[in-house]
Design a protein around this ligand. Structure first.
Ligand code: NAI
Length: 341
């Protein structure tokens, strides 16, 4: 069985037999016609936990939905017009809202360079979500995640509906990459590699904790190169696509895995743990309100935020650099909403 099948659908199929449709799970994808949105919507259509798939984009939402709707799995699929009422209908009743809407990087750009365009896209979609489905789990993919997640929190706070347990920055691709890159060095099955990646989702804010994994024996220049590759793995894709975008297919898989974990936990499965960028107590004393660490998911969203745990001297240094940048990225998001409510 492949990594993908085992990770995502092995467990799903078993549950599909055991618990029927106890819970209706409507999943909305905003930005559904994009490079990430299309394969992500496809993967959600293949997920038996999803009963209704709602697709929205400023272009081609109904077209993508018509295409995906022919796939012979049980869920219903609907695409919505790019109007305020279309967006509202798409969102209403959703249990999970995935947001991959926005522009991707071109060679030479950092994720922060996307801020000017994506901040207002995410702010406006968050406003609509806060109004139409305030209790849904909001999964943010649009970059810069370190800033777009705080933007959503500010929007929800301003509308009096902020629930920190329901807001997630999707950093799963960093974990997916880490396990793949480690397996390439060690000659192992990546499905068996479990490397926590904490901090944020951009350059040096991405902190892989290799000392807590089966890769703890990698040292010296090899370790430095591995850390660099995990932190800047996205650049490999941006460069290879040569101006035509960033990671879309691997990101769709990572987003679908995270959504599946949220749905699994919502449907009562215990012990579901993912690294994700959430409102976190871990570094609040340093003015850092959001941080990614291992998070146990439950029926109400975030159930338990795990501490970072014991880390190496080298990782301590990485964490220090991470916190400096992360604070700036978070503040930038908060200030944006204050200046542009
Ligand atoms: P894309 O340009 O292919 O697709 C974006 C889609 O969003 C387009 O279909 C566009 O029409 C739509 N869109 C734009 N404004 C919208 C609005 N107001 N409402 C609804 N839809 C809207 O871009 P791609 O490659 O799919 O990337 C999307 C975002 O995901 C980018 O910000 C990218 O940086 C980010 N990303 C995040 C990753 C992560 O690990 N969290 C990994 C890779 C990319």
């Amino acid at each position: 069985m492949s990594f993908f099948t085992r990770q995502m659908f092995g467990q799903v199929q078993r549950r599909a037999f055991s618990a029927s449709s106890r819970q209706a799970s409507k999943v909305a994808v905003l930005g559904a016609a994009g490079g990430i949105g299309q394969p992500l919507s496809l993967l959600m259509k293949l997920n038996p936990r999803v009963t209704e798939l709602a697709l929205y984009d400023i272009k081609l939402g109904p077209g993508v939905a018509a295409d995906i709707s022919h796939i012979n799995t049980k869920s219903t699929v609907k695409g919505y017009d790019p109007t305020p009422s279309g967006l509202r209908e798409c969102l209403q009743g959703s249990e999970v809202i995935l947001i991959p809407a926005g522009v991707p990087r071109k060679p030479g750009m950092t994720r922060d360079d996307l801020f000017n365009t994506n901040a207002s896209i995410v702010r406006d979609l968050a406003k609509a979500a806060a109004d139409a489905a305030p209790n849904a789990n909001l999964l943010i993919i649009s970059n810069p995640v370190n800033s777009t997640v705080p933007i959503c929190a500010e929007v929800y706070k301003s509308k009096g509906v902020y629930n920190p347990k329901r807001l997630f920055g999707v950093t799963t691709l960093d974990i997916v990459r880490a396990s793949r890159f480690v397996s390439e060095i060690k000659g192992t099955d990546p499905a068996n590699e479990n490397i926590p990646v904490i901090g944020g989702h951009s350059g040096v804010t991405i902190v892989p904790l290799l000392s807590q994994s089966g890769a703890s024996d990698i040292t010296g220049a090899k370790l430095d190169a591995l850390i660099q590759r995990i932190q800047f793995g996205g650049d490999e894709v941006v460069k290879a696509k040569d101006g035509a975008g960033s990671a879309t297919l691997s990101m769709a898989m990572a987003g679908a895995r995270f959504a599946e974990s949220v749905l699994k936990a919502a449907q009562g499965e215990k012990g579901v743990v993912e690294c994700t960028f959430v409102d976190s107590p871990l570094y609040k004393d340093q003015g850092i309100d959001f941080f990614s660490s291992k998070v146990e998911l439950g029926p109400d969203g975030v159930q338990k935020i795990h501490p970072v745990g014991a880390i190496s001297k080298e990782e301590e240094k990485l964490l220090e650099a991470c916190l400096t940048d992360l604070k700036k990225n978070i503040d930038k998001g908060v200030e944006f909403v204050k200046a542009n409510p």
